[in-house]
Design a binder for this molecule. Structure first.
Ligand code: CP
Length: 292
């Protein structure tokens, strides 16, 4: 094998071959397969893996990056980052970020960008998973019956995308949580004050994790009170209607939003929900490619 550490040992003939080869491949590379970049700047178990598997099923070739290993560390601006991806033939960017600058991405028309969790405002493919799961349990038959979110609604991009999708489809959205964890915009929401009120009005719940990593005023939250008032326990589940289902986007923090004795109850449907992860990501890829 040869080295290409510098050009010290490369003869003129090989130099010309190198240049010719790279010039001709530049022209040919326009016909290669779809390339996607999975750029996850926050931790993920499900979203990253299911986007990778979905890509494999669609024969989309994926690459991985993150801010930690990119030139953003050296002050690179977004425009230059995206121009780089586009010039290298990346057609789809799947992005997870803690930032809330989603509108900065809308102007880039030469690359399809999918939110894999964007700040506290968007997680559209999780909403697709959740709505698909609700449909599979026949929970979206009546537009006047809200889907109720319980937990840290204020900091939840799962909630924001679910709310947006449900509203667009004509469904109502309920919320049951601590005053400090309500979103600023409450206009379209049915706000409940007790578990009984939730069960009287709704037959599907999406339980949400308390997102300590996004809380600016964490001292305002009394976690003992939160657990006492909003943790879903077996005792509470036993008081609910037979056909209630409880979803959770995961990760689940047992002991906070749900008790150990409730997690194995048959009304808890997170495993069924997980089965929609890869199909929803396949649909997202097909959408940005203009295939559906
Ligand atoms: N629900 C969800 O987004 O899970 P991950 O953070 O593991 O991707």
């Amino acid at each position: 094998m040869r080295h290409l550490l510098d050009f010290q040992d490369v003869n003129k003939n090989h130099l010309e071959n190198l240049i010719e080869e790279s010039r001709s491949l530049k022209i040919k590379s326009k016909n290669l397969d779809t390339l996607a970049l999975l750029k996850f700047d926050e931790p993920s178990t499900r979203t990253r893996l299911s986007f990778a598997i979905a890509a494999e099923k669609l024969r989309i070739k994926t690459f991985e990056s993150s801010d930690v290993i990119s030139a953003k560390q050296k002050g690179e601006m977004l425009q230059h980052e995206l121009e780089t991806y586009i010039s290298m033939g990346i057609e789809i960017l799947v992005l997870r970020t803690k930032e809330n600058n989603i509108n900065d991405y809308r102007e880039f028309k030469e690359i399809g960008i999918i939110s894999g969790g964007f700040g506290n405002k968007s997680h559209p493919t999780q909403a697709l998973i959740d709505i698909s799961t609700l449909y599979s349990f026949d929970k979206l038959t009546d537009t006047s019956t809200p889907v109720t979110y319980v937990g840290d609604v204020k900091h939840s991009r799962v909630f924001e995308s679910g709310r947006q999708l449900l509203n667009l489809l004509g469904y109502k959205v309920g919320v049951f949580t601590d005053q400090n964890l309500l979103p600023d915009n409450k206009n379209d929401l049915e706000i409940y004050e007790s578990w009984n009120e939730v069960f009287e009005n709704s037959n599907s719940i999406e339980l949400l994790r308390v997102q300590k990593e996004r809380m600016l005023n964490i001292e305002k939250i009394n976690f003992d009170n939160y657990i006492k008032n909003y943790q879903l326990t077996k005792k509470i589940l036993d008081k609910s209607q037979k056909d209630l289902i409880v979803l959770h986007p995961m990760p689940i923090n047992i002991g906070i939003e749900i008790s150990q004795d409730a997690i194995e109850d048959k009304k808890i449907k997170y495993i069924d929900q997980l089965s929609h992860a890869i199909p929803s990501r396949i649909a997202a890829y097909k959408y940005v490619k203009g295939e559906i």
